[in-house]
Ligand binder design. Sequence first.
Ligand code: IMP
Length: 419
Amino acid sequence: MNSAVVGLQWGDEGKGKIIDYLSGDVDVVVRFQGGNNAGHTVVLEGKKYVFHIIPSGILRKDKICVIGNGVVIDPKILIEEIDHLKKMGVSISPKNLRIAFLSHVIMPYHRVMDSFRESKRIQKIGTTKRGIGPCYVDKASRCGIRMIDLINPKVLAFKLKDNLKEKNPLYKNVYGSSHFSFKKILEEYSRYAKILKPYCCDTVDYLYEKRKKSFLFEGAQGTFLDVDFGTYPFVTSSNTVAPNCYLGSGAPFIKIDRFIGVTKAYTTRVGEGPFPTEFAGKLGEHIRAVGKEYGATTARPRRCGWLDLAILDRSVKVNNITEIALTKLDVLDGLKEIRYCSSYTGAFKKYSKFPYDLGEARPVYKKVDGWNEKTADTRQYPKLPKLAKDYITTIEKTLGVPIKLISVGENRKAVIKKS
Ligand code: IMP
């Protein structure tokens, strides 16, 4: 069985935990997009692991983790992540971690550009300022530096020189940026190249050899941050949706059986952009506190709101979702009433299709009764409070997709399997 796991909302759905849970049954875990803008958290025996670039499957000893060509890599951060995880007792070597020759490298000027654009432009995106967007821009404009270039000293020197020839005057004139030193960057990145070289390979051949094994594709961010299908321009710069598993890994020969969409039992978002069901006032503070809704990468407070089934319906379609993993159900414990958005209305219209002007759309809410009982210790579906099960059934019926996993806490074991 091969699976793809993707976020159905605006990221931070709790994919790390679900991937960790599911990776027990697979051989290979592949990241296929994004970079260290992601922060996948797994809590295991009281220890908290946060993954930014390395697939969360690395916590299981016998798994192979692959960083696909669709990922953008900040080598400094990746090396720090490897070192940090090793110190926490995780074994990482070229035997269980492979990096695609064709993945692109985040350079210092990408990070600087990310910050400049955020500060100078009228339209702020609220990026993580990790250089993700500018790195993908260089990839598309054919001046990017890939891992295969990084580990070849002559190619690295040539491409860096060529980039700086263009970027130094451009950044200085447009943004007033200080000069990027060719020598300094070359020295720094040559050091990174030496460390990462043993991990790099042709992942197409590597994955093809393993095609009979079982795979899990690990999505980062969420459907509404997808550069094509998300709330553009308030999106990230990669395709976060499940069909990108193939392009971002170079492994279309692996048939995916399960498309698992992860959604919280409510909604959160970090950064700018429309969010129709966002809470105003005290409820938002309550959910943020109980759900510990602060970014795993930037520690920014997340915006919180009710579950939006209209956006989830869209996500189910664009990802071909076959089952859902519902996370953070326990955060809703004790609420008197739970609302969810079923459709949208506008000042002058009622939307029959998914709105492109989501910022103008007003949610039409339906409500169900909340439950008083604590769900965090529940491990069997029949033992959940009846009203919690009613909420789950409502989501399933509205979306037409079964919910097969329910997460009720941050620990690996706090999962309810539902048939
Ligand atoms: P970028 O990916 O850093 O360019 O940021 C673009 C948008 O995506 C911003 O709104 C970020 O807050 C958001 N974003 C990027 N990565 C994540 C993530 O892993 N979780 C949630 N939001 C994210």
